[in-house]
Design a binder for this molecule. Structure first.
Ligand code: PGA
Length: 244
């Protein structure tokens, strides 16, 4: 794993945004995998700024988001689709038809997950998969468990995860959907390159387990050790449990 430690969250976001802009120049039809959460917000802000000054052209790019809640549509203020619109898509020139998202309102979750896997394949696979990480080591909605799912699937959300997402639903955990759709571990590991972002002291312990711990379904992100091209983009507090 390639470790990149930055003096601040902003410095990390700026450097990563610059790298993505460079990738877009080299490969204008770049396929990006995207996360939601607090962590990528500064990165999205930097990408929007680069786009505004003509440095990041998304006109031929495509994106696939990691996950979505079941039972909320794209216009719902709690949906991840809405989050992405607000923080990134509304401010860049990515054509709407190249925004890949799981449909939280799909009547048949299995069919929707199979459709999503198919659209990723049809796009030629994901070039760069950006990930956040939960303090418990989850990626997407692949939560610690006795077994993990390989492909996109429906997940019943833990109470802790629903509480962690309450801010999207008027700070009321009971309004957070009971289930979500998520890319699976193999969907993530199929990407040609993976960049995991982790910021702040609260992520230090899980970062240490991802880098140095055994492969275990109890820390889903530990499986990133199997991938040949993984970069961890960290600020100093998130890197503080790593032995230098
Ligand atoms: P965060 O969430 O970016 O809000 O810390 C990351 C995650 O839980 O995957």
């Amino acid at each position: 794993m390639h470790l990149l430690v930055f003096p601040s969250e902003k410095a990390a976001a700026a450097a990563l945004a610059r790298q993505i802009a460079d990738r877009l120049k080299a490969k204008p039809d770049l396929v990006l995998g995207l996360p939601t959460g607090r962590t990528p917000i500064p990165l999205y802000r930097e990408l929007v700024a680069l786009h505004r000054c003509g440095e990041a052209d998304f006109s031929r790019a495509a994106t696939f988001n990691l996950d979505e809640f079941v039972g909320v549509g794209p216009e719902h203020p709690g949906s991840y689709r809405h989050f992405m619109q607000q923080h990134l898509f509304a401010h860049i020139n990515l054509p709407p038809e190249r925004i890949g998202f799981m449909n939280g309102l799909a009547a048949n979750a299995d069919a929707e997950c199979a459709r999503y896997e198919g659209t990723i394949r049809d796009a030629g696979g994901i070039d760069v998969m950006l990930l956040g990480i939960g303090t418990n080591g989850h990626i997407g909605f692949n939560e610690p468990a006795r077994e993990l799912q390989a492909r996109s699937h429906r997940v019943t959300l833990h109470g802790t995860t629903r509480r962690a997402n309450a801010s999207l639903f008027g700070n009321d955990p009971s309004r957070v959907p009971l289930a979500a759709l998520s890319m699976g571990m193999a969907t993530i590991l199929d990407a040609r390159e993976i960049v995991l972002l982790a910021m702040g002291k609260s992520k230090a312990r899980c970062v240490e387990r991802v880098v140095s711990g055994p492969l275990t379904t109890r820390v889903p992100a530990s499986f990133l050790q199997l991938h040949r091209r993984v970069a961890l983009v960290l600020d100093r507090p998130a890197a503080s449990s790593l032995s230098s």
